[in-house]
Design a protein around this ligand. Structure first.
Ligand code: DX5
Ligand code: ZN
Length: 216
């Protein structure tokens, strides 16, 4: 297993004190800041978007990991790239031509992640394994923080890890939803390397200790 990266989902941060919470997460050892964009169409919730990312990118020191839960994401790739995203992840279910979205992200000089919802099989990602920079396996239904981990996703993570290893493709698998100290162990054993964590981190009394528990 390589190095585990923790991506702090600021959906669970105190949004009135976002800069302070980003610094807290980074000081606790989170290398990525996970920025969830929801449009009220692809998912039944609305979060925040480009103007907030403009501000976040001025204060965050680590990697800005943008998770687009929006319909027809190709419309907004340039805008999120210009706002400071380092990785732009979109949902396979939200677009008709995923390769075009990946190409667009790359043309903006950014890394492209491809996400799948719990009901989408691992095999749907096969055409994109060699052309994307990260795979995101949702371990909850996208839309809300604080949900329970879906254990049925563990074989999907293992299957993807096997497919990547068989093909010699060295891209990481990210997991998002319901990550805590016990589910972190399971997803790492299954082959995930980038763990998104929201409520577990921001509700922790001691965030440093919480990050250490996810990594160890
Ligand atoms: C859910 C979001 C997640 C969410 C995770 O749609 O993509 O990033 O913030 O929150 P927790 O870690 O609380 O499940
Ligand atoms: Zn997310």
């Amino acid at each position: 297993m390589g190095n585990i990266i923790i991506s702090a989902s600021i959906l669970s941060a105190d949004l009135c004190c976002l800069g302070k919470d980003i610094a807290r997460a980074e000081n606790a050892g989170c290398q990525y800041i996970h920025f969830d964009v929801m449009d009220g169409m692809f998912v039944p919730n609305i979060s925040y978007g480009i103007p907030v990312l403009d501000s976040v990118s001025k204060t965050a020191e680590g990697v800005l990991d943008v998770h687009l839960m929006i319909t027809d994401p190709i419309r907004y790739i340039e805008a999120f790239a210009a706002s400071g995203a380092d990785i732009i992840t979109f949902h396979l279910e939200a677009c008709s031509d995923a390769k075009a979205v990946i190409d667009k992200i790359h043309s903006c000089g950014k890394k492209a992640g491809v996400a799948i919802k719990p009901a989408t099989p691992a095999s749907d990602l096969i055409p994109y394994l060699g052309i994307s920079d990260m795979l995101l396996v949702m371990t909850v239904e996208p839309g809300f923080g604080g949900q329970g981990f879906n254990y049925d996703m563990l074989p999907k993570i293992s299957r993807l890890r096997e497919m990547l290893d068989e093909k010699g493709i060295g891209i990481p698998i990210q997991v998002d939803g319901g990550i805590n100290e016990s589910t972190a162990k399971l997803v790492k054993d299954a082959g995930a390397e980038i763990l998104v964590a929201g409520s577990y981190l921001f509700k922790a009394e001691d965030m440093d200790a919480a990050v250490k528990k996810l990594i160890s």
